[in-house]
Design a protein around this ligand. Structure first.
Ligand SMILES: *[C@@H]1O[C@H](CO)[C@@H](O)[C@H](O)[C@H]1NC(C)=O
Length: 213
């Protein structure tokens, strides 16, 4: 099997002998794996709600943990990039401008979606039984259904281009893959949580109607 030319070219500038590359890749895959395991366990057993005395506090603690893990992941990514060769074709002004645009748009998507959803809405509150009243449809959710994931991916690519590192582009592809898998795994589950709420609401409304008769 032969790889497409740009990918071969890219891989020639990736130093696979650097352990930091694999540590970064592992951290990228670890984070969504971690929060999905913890959140589903919370949904099934309420272990964090019990430990922290309330769903709100449990969710805030999980949010702080996920946020910190994100900082560690970003640190390991930057360290991995530092250990990697730079591609001369990426050291141009245009690539620099493109990287600034990607970083700005990526951060805009992440920050605006956090703003729209709030802390519990962003950090898996639905698994704690803290549901949004209704679906958020305003910006950035009118552009993409997963602004957090695509914004984060854009920031990874922006950093890769800013430092001119093909290894960063490769790690960004890994990020995208991990997020696509995460979306496939998370969306049906959260839809199920909300479908259950709607059913309960409908049942309660039916009960109200009967009472009025
Ligand atoms: C999304 O919403 C923003 C703010 O309300 C608006 O400016 C933008 O045009 C909308 N985009 C699309 C694609 O609808």
């Amino acid at each position: 099997m032969s790889l497409p030319a740009p990918l071969t070219e890219l891989l020639e500038y990736v130093d696979f002998n650097q352990r930091s590359l694999f540590i970064s890749a592992a951290a990228i895959a670890f984070n969504p794996t971690f929060w999905n395991i913890v959140a589903r366990k919370e949904y099934r057993t309420r272990f964090m709600t019990k430990a922290f005395g309330s769903a709100q506090r449990g969710c805030y603690f999980l949010a702080a943990t996920i946020f910190s893990l994100g900082l560690v992941r970003d640190f390991l990514y930057e360290r991995a990039l530092r250990d990697q060769p730079t591609h001369p074709a990426l050291e141009t002004d245009n690539v620099k401008y493109a990287s600034y645009v990607l970083l700005a748009l990526g951060n805009l998507l992440v920050i605006s979606s956090t703003w729209q959803l709030g802390i519990t809405g962003t950090f898996l509150g639905d698994y704690f039984g803290i549901l949004m009243d209704k679906m958020v449809t305003g910006f950035p959710f009118n552009i993409t259904s997963a602004p957090m994931y695509y914004g984060s991916t854009m920031s990874f690519l922006g950093s890769a281009l800013l430092y001119g590192k093909p290894a960063g582009i490769l790690l960004t592809l890994h990020v995208l893959l991990v997020y696509i898998v995460a979306i496939q795994y998370e969306n049906p589950f959260t839809s199920g949580i909300y479908a259950k709420r709607e059913k309960e609401r409908a049942k309660a409304a039916g009960f109200e109607e009967k009472k009025e008769l």
